[in-house]
Design a protein around this ligand. Structure first.
Ligand code: FEO
Ligand code: CA
Ligand code: CA
Ligand code: CA
Length: 640
């Protein structure tokens, strides 16, 4: 993280920093701390529910990450592959007996009328609108009559890469902005195997680009609210575009959920003296954008002229991947926040439950429960519009409860307002401030849910942006948390709609090669499998948990030995964690989907070379390009 220079050796500017770095620059927090209120119930001093993971207490598997595939199998491990060592190469590494290939890269056309990616220009607005977007993130695979349709989020762009052909490395004109907006959103494309390799089916009728300009419908309690009305849309029900789509979800009725995360970084003000309401401050909406310059070419991103426009972003967007003409719907009932992903389960009583993290330091974990019940093959359209939103409160004794966000509990005027200013609603009920909740994943074999809490340097040191304290304790046990952890909970009576749950930590990431204290991590972390900043989480059909990282890849000091970002597999039953993949330089690994026969895992490699030091995947002098890869086993059997 020390090398903040581009390929020309010039120092990187603010807009080329990570979201974390930008957030810190744009949103300096008060230095006040709330140590006085710190609750001393660190997990280092108590056991866990299942006794699987504990720091300083309890037995645990040792050395599993250094076993060969055969040894692991003989020892009864479900992770029967040879662990991939940590590494710093500009390459993807998978276990012995596995292979990978690129399916689609940023800028690859989805239609034959599109132009192949041109490294000299790095594309134009017109070419980008016909091509796979940048910075691949959450994804899901849909099957229809033997055809495979992959829906993939394209989260954001790195200015030094998409505009790397310019000396300024900045968007300089309207077409640059058009290109940037078209590189965002969602790419839907048919994929098929040809010569053993998955490729995009050019010109498939399913291929679609959804960008920052695609018409959207606003649905649910906030639709039509005064805060959502603009000059261009006096109804408050029609908006344009989706952007910063991070993780994803999918519904049992066959739709895709794209989650709007750092939507704030695209707005700016032409009036430098414009007063910012508290809600703008809470959501990080400021006078300056993060370098995207969209307001220079599209006035709706100017908050001085269109102050309600930011209220129309920050939602979960439902997309029908099999109908390219369908209008995506912003499901406001699921709240407005920096949505990471949306993990949907059908509860035993038939209600739809959606678990969601709000990825910002000291923000909250949420649950949505539908009023209606799911009917297989029936009409389920209202299930994501009518329901109750909750925020989680974790208690030190290993229990917790879901707090309903209603006008009565929050003191807010209406459900619509709660769905627009959801962060304030969760603050009002005193939910637990978390260490940046990223992906949530539900175990397909039992009522048990996992959430990656990626890191939080402010834990125990600074309140969140709403002034709520962030005491050390419970599922957020370490001050200035550098490594992150994965919390899991089991709803009471195995019922996802229950008010109460029990929780423990599946893993506390850390560096046992450097630290002796709680920074060494939990017992299931060792120098053979250590990692930092868990982010993407997904279960496979066997009930194994795939863990993807978006962390510090400096490989130095606190992070010595951890190498590049990576993907691991964990066994919820034993706590065993083993490294399955290491990514190229300066990437994060995010997004995963399995083919129906589990012989292929599609995995996203995002922002290789974000600081100028990668040429992945094409090598040589090429431009680094975010890409979806397909991983399979040499013998063609199921992976993992
Ligand atoms: Fe887009 Fe929180 O990761
Ligand atoms: Ca993420
Ligand atoms: Ca990231
Ligand atoms: Ca992250």
């Amino acid at each position: 993280m020390t090398d903040r220079r581009n390929t020309r050796g010039e120092p990187l500017e603010a807009a080329e920093l990570s979201f974390d770095g930008l957030d810190e620059l744009n949103d300096p927090r008060a230095e006040e701390t709330d140590f006085d209120r710190v609750v001393e119930d660190s997990v280092t001093r108590r056991g866990f529910l299942g006794g699987v993971v504990a720091v300083g207490t309890g037995a645990f598997l040792t050395g599993t990450a250094v076993l060969t595939a055969d040894e692991a199998r003989a020892a009864g491990s479900r992770l029967a592959f040879t662990a991939v060592p940590a590494g710093t190469e500009d390459a993807v590494r998978v276990p012995e007996g596995y292979n990978w290939h690129v399916v689609v890269r940023w800028g690859d056309p989805l239609w034959s009328k599109g132009k192949p990616f041109d490294p000299a220009t790095r594309g134009t607005g017109a070419s980008q609108e016909l091509a796979f977007g940048d910075n691949t993130d959450g994804m899901a695979l849909f099957q229809l009559g033997g055809r495979s349709i992959l829906a993939v989020n394209n989260e954001y762009t790195n200015r030094s890469i998409v505009y790397g052909m310019r000396d300024s490395m900045k968007p300089e004109n309207a077409d640059d902005v058009r290109k940037g907006k078209a590189a965002h959103g969602v790419s839907v494309m048919e994929v098929a195997q040809s010569g053993g390799k998955w490729q995009v089916v050019e010109d498939s009728p399913f291929n679609r680009r959804i960008t920052a300009d695609t018409p959207m419908e606003i649905a649910g309690p906030a639709a039509g609210h005064n805060l959502l009305k603009t000059g261009a849309d006096p109804s408050g029900t029609r908006s344009l575009g989706t952007w910063n789509n991070c993780g994803n979800g999918r519904t049992p009725w066959g739709t895709y959920l794209a989650c709007e995360e750092n939507f704030n970084g695209y707005f700016s003000s032409s009036d430098a003296a414009l007063p910012l309401p508290p809600a703008f401050k809470r959501y990080g909406i400021r006078h300056k954008d993060w370098g995207y310059a969209w307001a220079t070419a599209d006035v709706r991103f100017d908050i001085a002229k269109h102050p309600n426009e930011p209220h129309r972003a920050g939602y979960v967007v439902e997309i029908d991947p099999l109908d390219p003409k369908s209008t995506p719907k912003k499901r406001t009932a699921l709240g407005r926040m920096k949505h990471e992903n949306a993990e949907l389960v059908v509860a035993a009583n038939g209600r739809i439950v959606v678990y969601m993290g709000d990825d910002e330091r000291g923000e909250y974990l949420y649950r949505y429960v539908s009023h209606g019940v799911y009917a297989a093959g029936g009409k389920n359209d209202g299930l994501l519009d009518r329901g109750t939103l909750y925020a989680a409160r974790f208690k030190a004794d290993g229990t917790g409860e879901w707090l309903a966000l209603t006008p009565q509990t929050t003191g807010m005027a209406s459900q619509a307002e709660i769905c627009i200013h959801t962060r304030m609603a969760a603050s009002a009920v005193k939910a637990t401030t978390m260490d940046r909740p990223e992906w949530v994943a539900a175990n397909p074999h039992k009522a048990e849910v996992y959430c990656a809490l990626t890191n939080n340097k402010n834990r125990g040191r600074k309140p969140n942006a709403g002034g709520d304290p962030t005491p050390v304790g419970g599922p957020n046990p370490r001050a200035g948390n550098k490594y992150g952890q994965i919390v899991r909970w089991r709803p009471a009576n195995g019922n996802h709609t229950a008010r109460n749950f029990a929780w423990d930590l599946f893993v506390l990431a850390g560096n046992p090669a450097v630290h002796e204290d709680d920074r060494k991590g939990s017992k299931n972390v060792n120098p053979g499998n250590f990692f930092n900043s868990p982010d993407g989480l997904a279960f496979d059909s066997r009930g194994l948990l795939w863990i993807q990282t978006d962390g510090n890849y400096s490989n130095a000091r606190d992070f010595a030995g951890m190498g590049n970002n990576q993907m691991l597999i964990g066994d919820p039953a034993t706590g065993e964690i083993k490294r399955f993949l290491v990514g190229p330089k300066e990437c994060e690994i995010t997004g995963i989907a399995f083919s129906g026969d589990r012989r292929t895992a599609f995995v996203g490699v995002q922002h290789p070379g974000e600081r100028g030091n990668s040429r992945w995947p094409d090598g040589g002098d090429s431009v680094p390009r975010s890409a979806v890869i397909a991983i399979s086993r040499d013998d063609g059997t199921a992976i993992g």
